[in-house]
Design a protein around this ligand. Sequence first.
Ligand code: SF4
Length: 257
Amino acid sequence: MKIIEIKAKEIFTKTKLGADWVVNPYAGCAHQCLYCYAKFIAKWKPVEYGKWGSWVEAKINGPELVKAKKVKGEVFMSSICDAYQPVEKELRLTRRILENMDKNVKLSILTKSDLVLRDIDIFKQFKNIEVGLTINSFTNKAKEFFEPAAIAVEKRIIALQKLKEQGISVYAFVSPIIPGLIHLSDIINKTKNLVNYYWFEFLNLRGAGKEFVEVLQKEFPESYKIVSNATLYQEFIERTTNLINSSHIKIRGIVKH
Ligand code: SF4
């Protein structure tokens, strides 16, 4: 893993991702999710960086930038990295950014890592905070292809439980929903007593990129057959949306691309 230390000009970026600001302590992500929608940023990076998932830029001046600028409204962390990817264990950039952030903002964190548990003490200082874990049904072959370097979903569910036990508001981000590769009833049964609410997101085939599409077609042809056919995919989305809406759970949003 290539770690490139950089000095960023800004750390708060205006966003339309359902918040006012987004903070990315890093750019790039060692979790290497094959479907990652953030990998488009690689085209603005030097070719020597190499393949998405093999490099991470660390904004080493992030903590100072956060201290220097006060923002109002909702802050989302993060959109072009996982703020709790492995390098965070050593660099503690995310932690130092949170330490310096105004605790009056409304903070929303989304991660696939249980390293997030390390910072519960800081989360408790925020007046309004929520922490989400991405939950899906990828195991065995699907996990190896789609989320090779993220921790198992079972561990993410345990992280949700521990956060909740500490009084942190938690949500499950159920994503990406792919026909044949998601078991919604199972996910809901395992998490409904833990989370305050859910977000659901259907796969964005175009955003997931060519390499993902090729793997889906070769390794999971039944799933590909549905998502690559507009009518079949629409029917799947409608059926699944009905199932979600009849599940007696609190839903914050269902994202369809
Ligand atoms: S954890 Fe998020 S940012 Fe990181 S590779 Fe996976 S989808 Fe992309």
